[in-house]
Structure formats: structure tokens, C-alpha cells
Design a protein around this ligand. Structure first.
Ligand SMILES: Cc1ncc(COP(=O)(O)O)c(C=O)c1O
Length: 369
């Protein structure tokens, strides 16, 4: 298949394959150089074909935020899967137990005795054993148990005959987007250092834990400096977005150049009657609203700027001196925030040299349970 971009209907989502593959390679090489393993998060791209490419590039498994995402991955033959968010409802726990009985490689993060007790009884009823990781709160207060209370949760899990404590998870979402690399580094090492101390302490106390997973794209080259951390569960690096592209890095205070913008929304100019801007067909329903605003990647060289113009429309400003945009022209836009933007689409059009070469279903789309 080789479909030129001009033959696509818009708005639609593009994945620039060479940039995507270079992102996978860059992360895999960085993690391997540090002697760590990669367990990338599928919450970003919601596409089992992307997860498959990550496994092919050397990842040891993948993460999912929700059980329904994990189920879609398993249905596509992608495993092992770690569910990084708490699972507590009865319906889900029964499905977890059934998957474990069927021998599927699925593990769960747990952050309370109550969640562990519920999982234990579901597994006991099904005659299954579930592998769990204690989710440790990086002082964010969203999910996770505090470092201080984690040992008593570990003791409780130790009494559950159908649970096996495999390790710790700690995702410091509160530091990933700190602009200044030195500040991000100091803060992440402080928090992940607390998790590392807990990991050592629990092992001293006889828990045979082998996994300490954590880290995001913003700290990918920082958390590798934590000796106890075994796995990185980064997500955004595979496709990138404006939020991450503008962060400071070790090399450049204003750019995060390790990974490239592989994801674009392809849109069409619908109206060009106004002075100084045109209207495109990508609005709030196709580009999730966040800060900073999306960036215009193509046509290149015009310093065009995107802003939302309601649910269905976007406003692309055309600065004086830039080549004019006309009705029917294509505009490629890099989203502010990749995860919730991808969740608005059914398909990823995989692009090479200006033509679509494959179409991948976004099969985890809408899997919010
Ligand atoms: C628990 C967890 N792990 C990993 C990630 C991946 O993070 P990033 O997209 O910053 O690489 C996320 C993203 O929100 C997350 O919630």
C-alpha cells in the first residue's frame, strides 16, 4: 500500500514511521546502556501494533493503565502486561482471576490492603495466583501507598496465599514536565531514591522482589541513575508531543531533542476568507486542548501557528511574509498532548516518504474501564 497524503480524508492521525522507529531505538539503546529493562506504557498510543513494535525493539513487556486496555493487548497477543492503576471493582477482579487461571501473563499494581484483599478472594475463588507490585506514592497523593506505610502493605500481601509480591512501581508524574532539567533531575532522584530505599528495606526483610519499575519520558535519562530501578515504563517518547518537545534537556535548556515528533493530525484548510488566518478542519474534537498549543509541522518554514476555533475548527495564523494557505491545502499539526489526542481517533496512518504504507487500528481506544 502507498497512499499519498493528499488522497486521505481529514482530519486523521499520522504516524511518521522513520521518526517513530528512531524514537524506539533511542529509548531502547539508552535503557540498555544503563543496564535496565524497558516496559513501555500503552496508555500513550492505545495501539497494540505500537506495543508489538516496542516488544520487537527489545522491550520486556508493556504497561496498561486500565484492565480493559490490558485485555485488548492480551487479545492481540501482546504480553506480559502490567496494569499500573488500581483495580478494585468486582467485575474486573473476576476477569483478572480468570485471565490468571488461563495462564495469561498479567500483573497488577496494588496500593491498599482493601484492594489486595479483594484480589486475593477473587483469585482464591478461581484457584489462581496473581503477581502484584506495590504502587508507591511519589508524594503526589493520586494513587500509591506512602513509603512509610508500604511495609505494612507488603506484610499483608505476604499473608495472601493467592498473591505473589513481585516488586514496586513508582511513577513520579509530578516531576515529568518540570521545564528545567537540573530541577527535574534533583526532584526525581530524591523521590525515586525514597522508592529505592524502600525496595532495599523490603528485600532485607525477606520479600523476594525482582522488579522496581517507574520513570517517564521526562526523566528517562535521570532515573537510570537509580541503581535499584530495574524497569522504565516510559510512554510518550514513542510518538512525542508539544508538551515534551519543549522541555529542557541535559543538552539544551529549551529543547528535548532525544525523541522526534512522530505523531501529527492531518487537517485540511476549509476556509481562507479572513486576513491573517485560515480555518482548518481540526478542532477540539480532534486535538485535545492542553498547553502549550499544538504546533504546525507542515507546510514548514511559514511560522504558522495553530489555535482552537471551536469543536470542529482550528485557526492557523499566517504571519505576513509567509506563503499563503489556500482552501484544500493540507496542514500537519503536532498535538499538545499525545495520549488524550490519540484517544479521539480509530486509526493510525503509518507514513513513509509522504505516503501511507499501513493503517493500524487504535484498538485500545475508549478502553477506559
Ligand atoms: C503510571 C504511569 N507510568 C508511566 C507513564 C508514562 O509516562 P510518560 O508519558 O511521561 O513517558 C504514565 C503516564 O502518565 C503513567 O501514568
Amino acid at each position: 500500500m502507498r497512499t499519498p497524503l493528499r488522497d486521505l480524508d481529514t482530519p486523521c492521525l499520522l504516524l511518521e514511521r522513520p521518526l517513530f522507529l528512531s524514537n524506539l531505538r533511542a529509548m531502547q539503546d539508552s535503557v540498555a546502556r544503563a543496564g535496565k529493562r524497558l516496559r513501555p506504557h500503552a496508555k500513550t498510543h492505545k495501539c497494540s501494533r505500537v506495543s508489538r513494535a516496542q516488544l520487537d525493539a527489545g522491550a520486556v513487556g508493556v504497561c496498561a493503565a486500565k484492565l480493559s486496555e490490558a485485555e485488548a493487548l492480551l487479545a492481540a497477543g501482546v504480553e506480559p502486561v502490567l496494569v499500573t492503576g488500581p483495580v478494585v471493582t468486582q467485575a474486573k477482579l473476576e476477569r483478572v482471576a480468570a485471565l490468571r487461571s488461563a495462564g495469561r501473563r498479567l500483573s497488577l499494581a496494588v496500593d491498599s490492603e482493601e484492594a489486595a484483599r479483594r484480589l486475593e478472594s477473587a483469585c482464591a475463588r478461581a484457584g489462581a495466583v496473581a503477581e502484584v507490585l506495590i504502587d508507591v506514592d511519589p508524594r503526589l497523593g493520586r494513587t500509591g501507598v506512602s513509603v512509610a506505610r508500604a511495609p505494612s502493605l507488603a506484610d499483608f500481601i505476604g499473608t495472601c496465599r493467592h498473591l505473589r509480591l513481585a516488586g514496586l512501581q513508582m511513577y513520579a508524574g509530578n516531576v515529568q514536565h518540570l521545564q528545567d532539567h537540573a530541577e527535574r533531575r534533583a526532584r526525581s532522584l530524591e523521590l525515586m531514591g525514597e522508592g529505592a530505599e524502600l525496595f532495599r528495606e523490603l528485600r532485607r526483610r525477606g520479600f523476594a522482589m525482582t522488579v522496581f519499575t517507574g520513570g517517564g519520558t521526562g526523566t528517562f535519562d535521570i532515573d537510570t541513575g537509580v541503581p535499584e530501578l530495574t524497569d522504565l515504563q516510559v510512554g510518550s517518547y514513542a510518538v512525542m508531543d508539544v508538551q515534551y518537545l519543549g522541555l529542557g534537556s541535559r543538552e539544551d535548556p529549551a529543547a528535548f531533542g532525544h525523541f522526534r515528533p512522530a505523531l501529527r493530525v492531518l487537517s485540511t484548510v476549509l476556509s481562507a476568507n479572513a486576513r491573517g488566518h485560515v480555518t482548518v478542519d481540526a478542532g477540539l474534537k480532534t486535538l485535545y486542548r492542553d498547553t502549550p498549543a499544538p504546533a504546525v509541522a507542515a507546510p514548514a518554514g511559514g511560522a504558522y501557528a495553530y489555535d482552537w476555533y471551536g469543536d470542529e475548527y482550528g485557526k492557523v495564523s499566517v504571519p505576513s511574509g509567509a506563503p499563503a494557505l489556500a482552501v484544500g491545502d493540507l496542514v500537519e499539526i503536532v498535538p499538545s498532548h499525545c495520549d488524550p489526542t490519540i484517544n479521539l481517533f480509530d486509526r493510525l496512518h503509518v507514513v513513509e516518504d509522504g505516503a501511507v504504507v499501513e493503517v493500524w487500528p487504535i484498538d485500545l481506544r475508549g478502553k477506559s474501564q
